[in-house]
Design a protein. Structure first.
Ligand SMILES: *[C@@H]1O[C@H](CO)[C@@H](O)[C@H](O)[C@H]1NC(C)=O
Length: 156
């Protein structure tokens, strides 16, 4: 049926438009706890700067990619917690769209890392992550994005 196909494409286009719209105008907390202890959890937003991601530079190693999300990274290195908050260039908000989930990875040399992304609202990287998610989630994300690619190829 031609009409239902058209409907699907319209929905996909609206989805893309909304995603782009959200992405271009988000503000994120920007700090790192090794230079500002208030960057840690519990987060104290009273003196931490908030950046408009639109104003952030395009990174040299990511040409053409604009920051459209916020992120919060929590890292334990040799028993010390470090926190980083900033605009995010890569990835998807949350895990399968659920911003309560973060990617977690345990590395060598006593390093633990938690990586959270969000784009639900300005300053959403204040405190996310109540629960973690293992890097097995990557497989889900990868299959999701290849599915999206397939959809896009059918549209354009
Ligand atoms: C900063 O935190 C306070 C208390 O949690 C909150 O009410 C306020 O909205 C936050 N400010 C911004 C700019 O998000």
């Amino acid at each position: 049926m031609a009409s239902s196909g058209l409907y699907c494409h319209l929905v996909a286009l609206i989805f893309v438009a909304v995603t782009i719209q959200q992405g271009t105008c988000i503000k994120c907390w920007t700090c790192r706890s090794d230079s500002d202890p208030k960057c840690a959890d519990p987060f104290d937003n009273s003196t931490v700067p908030i950046s408009d991601c639109k104003q952030e530079p395009t990174l040299e190693h990511l040409p053409g990619i604009r920051p459209t999300m916020c992120r919060k990274i929590r890292q334990k290195v040799e028993g010390q917690w470090r926190y980083f908050r900033s605009c995010a260039y890569l990835g998807e908000p949350g895990i399968e769209g659920d911003e309560r989930f973060c990617l977690m990875r345990t590395g060598t040399y006593n390093i633990f890392m938690e990586y959270c992304t969000c784009n639900s609202k300005d300053g959403c990287n204040s405190s996310i992550s109540v629960r973690g998610f293992s890097f097995a989630g990557i497989a889900v994300l990868a299959s999701l994005s290849s599915w999206l690619l397939l959809v896009f190829q059918r549209i354009w």
